[in-house]
Design a protein around this ligand. Structure first.
Ligand code: C5P
Length: 242
């Protein structure tokens, strides 16, 4: 009898994957976009300050196809008026779907950001970044914080919800707690590593499947996919999700 090896198909809509296009090179960004496309994955692209501030980065983002899911990870934090004005300056980037601000900017700043986003681009969703995944309890304490990371994330997520923010960025370790507060909001987790991979500068890491099981509605993944053989890395990601 012939054995037929079946690979389980992923339910595409179940797994929203944001690829961090952390580069200053246009050709590198194009390569990442081209090689990460996969029919079994719901892929979006995240561009941070590194790419946005590069010579041709902003222009490239403005010309991406309208159907693509684009996340501008600017992690804004300033006084409310400055954040609102900055968001309005992005008016020409019509198809940007997500924009990040720091939850530690506070209620007034988040409220002003959401209002500015509404006025700028109806499609734009504002995500509040809580404690960065590169912090450990110890390194956060050195910045003057006395509360535990989970407690800070819960308080910031609560504030973000009250300010009308659309989604929360937190590590997979806090996703279950955040889900209880932000039931219908997006919960997106960076600090994602494939099993037994290097953490690099990240501290609060998790595998993709653990993060989704903890309630993440989407994950952000950068170096694990974009460094080395991208197509092979995507295959590894798919098998880590099965
Ligand atoms: O390469 P790696 O998977 O660690 O990249 C993570 C990406 O997610 C980076 O672009 C980083 O800026 C972003 N990010 C993060 N932690 C947050 C928010 C965003 O690592 N809390």
């Amino acid at each position: 009898m012939q054995l037929i090896k079946r690979t389980k198909r992923l339910s595409k809509n179940k797994y929203n994957i944001f690829i961090a296009c952390d580069t200053t090179s246009l050709s590198e960004a194009k390569k990442i976009i081209k090689q990460t496309k996969h029919k079994q994955l719901n892929i979006g692209y995240k561009f941070g300050l590194e790419f946005f501030n590069s010579k041709n980065g902003r222009n490239f983002i403005s010309k991406l196809p309208i159907a693509s899911t684009v996340w501008l990870d600017l992690k804004l934090m300033d006084i409310p008026n400055t954040v609102a004005s900055t968001i309005k300056s992005l008016q020409d980037l019509k198809h940007v779907k997500y924009l990040t601000i720091h939850a530690s900017g506070g209620y007034e700043m988040m409220k002003a950001a959401k209002q500015a986003a509404r006025e700028t681009n109806k499609r734009l969703k504002v995500l509040a970044v809580t404690v960065l995944t590169s912090f450990s309890e110890q390194s956060l304490k050195l910045t003057g914080h006395t509360k535990k990371i989970k407690q800070i994330v819960v308080e910031q997520a609560t504030l973000a919800k009250q300010a009308g923010i659309d989604g929360i960025v937190c590590s997979g370790h806090e996703a279950t707690l955040v889900k209880k507060i932000c039931k219908r909001m997006q919960i997106i987790t960076p600090g994602i590593r494939l099993p037994s991979e290097s953490k690099h500068d990240q501290k609060r890491v998790m595998t993709p499947i653990q993060a989704f099981n903890n309630g993440a509605t989407g994950i952000v993944i950068g170096r694990s996919i974009t460094k080395g053989n991208i197509k092979n890395n995507i295959k590894k990601l798919i098998s880590a999700l099965q």
